[in-house]
Design a protein around this ligand. Structure first.
Ligand SMILES: Cc1cc2nc3c(=O)[nH]c(=O)nc-3n(C[C@H](O)[C@H](O)[C@H](O)COP(=O)(O)OP(=O)(O)OC[C@H]3O[C@@H](n4cnc5c(N)ncnc54)[C@H](O)[C@@H]3O)c2cc1C
Length: 452
């Protein structure tokens, strides 16, 4: 029976593990974080020690200092479960074989959408929406008691653990070594992690950490591309019109509108009314850093004698900045049109008057935007917010399929420079597209489980 190791037990790694074990392969999962959290954070609101976000890279001021949560289950234990396919125009940048695997008539998008639809009521429209918005398919459920949970392969591990097909070990892996009897794993102190050896390795420790493991395994510093979605939004307070739909949970969107001329989708949710009786809506635009408008940012992995480090150098072309600023204006026009309201900015800032939102310190956080609207007596106003670039948690394209950079994957998802080592997750995407990445992440992992 083939024995594989999976490095990183988040969305991509566990998805591979469950589907590979179901095919009769023995799997050992190594994850850096604890396995204390068993449910989505909206089900289990405890703050668990060792479950926090850890920072693993440095960056210039235009890539947010973030980090990933180190915990078994990864971000699938806090995400929204939005499952959107990458739009055809972005998928065109993927190798032809992958276009067919994902969006062909019997492709993985269709298979997964059908499966999630059977299991999760929120994949399909649940209530009429009072705005011309598309339904946001979410592999999610809200229970009668109001708790939210979304799809995670973590919930499917148990039978395989019982049968001994999957084992889970806590370890932070720094590199993989191909020795005579198979692959061995090495930690950050240079120690062999345990006495197990493996036929193949699957890297799934996130787009950024995968690159560090690959560089350290190769024993040389590397540079790769990295990108993330941009996010700019407005919170709106208005007296006009009727609710978009009933509010059910803060993690459930009411709908989205495609703004693909500006490489974006606008997500909309109407929250419960304010004490003043005003309606409160959030409109959040998620924008792709379209590679046709300029190069991505760069991820440098420095490999030293003792240890390795990561550094991100951000890059935004004038065309991307212009796209972002236009989107900032378009989101207000969209809200005015849809709500038939003449909305004014709550804060009269220079950014608002000039339309130069990109990188502006005057654009606030979501929390401050909501606070501002709540404490103002004015109505028919909006407050603008943004997520810093690099903090939206959709980081990707670091070791792309078919890439020509130093770290790339073959169509089979094998790391070209490390035969026998495979990589999954959003780092494998040749292009991120506008869509949120989870449906494509799950698709890649399932394909690898069937074809490794
Ligand atoms: C609040 C929030 C909401 C989101 N909502 C959505 C959504 O609705 N739809 C969508 O498409 N996307 C969403 N995302 C993004 C999505 O969750 C991520 O794109 C996805 O989880 C990435 O999967 P991954 O397996 O690459 O990484 P992760 O899920 O982060 O898993 C990485 C795993 O690797 C482990 N690890 C890290 N380093 C090491 C190491 N050296 N050795 C061993 N293990 C290691 C970590 O502990 C972790 O378990 C959301 C993200 C957040 C934070």
């Amino acid at each position: 029976m083939p024995k594989y190791c999976v490095i990183g037990g988040g969305l991509s790694g566990l998805e591979f593990a469950v589907h590979s074990a179901a095919r009769g392969n023995e799997i050992v999962i190594y994850d850096a974080g604890p396995d204390l959290r068993k449910k989505h954070v909206h089900f289990d609101a405890r703050v668990l020690e060792g479950d926090e976000k850890k920072v693993h890279w440095t960056a210039d001021e235009r890539w947010a200092i973030g980090g990933i949560n180190e915990r078994l289950g990864g971000r699938s234990l806090c995400y929204h479960g939005v499952m959107l396919p990458i739009e055809p125009s972005a998928l065109e940048s993927w190798p032809a074989a992958w276009q067919e695997r994902l969006s062909g008539p019997d492709g993985l998008y269709r298979q997964l959408q059908e499966e999630f639809t059977r299991e999760f009521p929120e994949m399909t429209q649940r209530q009429p929406i009072g705005m011309p918005l598309l339904h946001v398919p979410q592999a999610a459920v809200v229970t009668e008691s109001g708790a939210f949970s979304s799809y995670s392969p973590l919930y499917h591990l148990e039978p395989f653990i019982r049968d001994g097909m999957i084992r889970i070990k806590k370890a932070t892996i720094a590199k993989v070594e191909n020795r005579t009897h198979g692959f061995r794993l090495i930690d950050g102190m240079g120690r062999t992690v345990d006495q197990e050896s493996f036929d193949k390795c699957v890297l799934s420790a996130s787009a950024i950490i995968n690159n560090r493991i690959i560089s350290t395994s190769l024993g040389r510093s590397t540079t790769a591309h990295v990108t993330d979605h941009y996010c700019i939004g407005i919170a709106v307070k208005t007296r006009f019109g009727k609710r978009v739909a009933d509010f059910r949970h803060e993690m459930l969107w009411h709908g989205f509108a495609k703004q693909h001329d500006l490489n974006a989708n606008i997500f909309v949710v109407e929250r419960p009314n304010l004490d003043s009786g005003d309606r409160l809506l959030l409109l959040m635009a998620v924008m792709e850093q379209n590679p046709q408008l300029g190069a991505f940012s760069q991820l440098h992995c420095h490999v030293g004698r003792e240890q390795s480090s990561l550094e991100i150098e951000s890059h935004h072309s004038d065309a991307v900045i212009d796209n972002y600023n236009r989107l900032g204006r378009q989101i207000v026009e969209f809200a005015c049109e849809q709500l038939s309201a003449d909305l004014a900015p709550l804060f009269d800032t220079l950014a608002e008057r000039s339309g130069a939102f990109f990188g502006s310190k005057e654009v606030s956080t979501l929390g401050l935007a909501l606070e501002g609207l709540g404490s103002s007596e004015r109505s028919n106003v909006y407050a603008r917010f943004a997520f810093p670039y690099g903090s939206y948690e959709h980081e990707s394209c670091t070791h792309p399929i078919g890439g020509t950079g130093e770290i790339a994957l073959a169509d089979s998802l094998e790391v070209t420079a490390l035969p026998g080592v495979y990589a999954v997750g959003p780092g494998a995407f040749p292009r991120l597209g506008i869509a949120n990445p989870a449906l494509t992440i799950c698709s890649l992992s399932r394909w690898l489980a069937s074809n490794i």
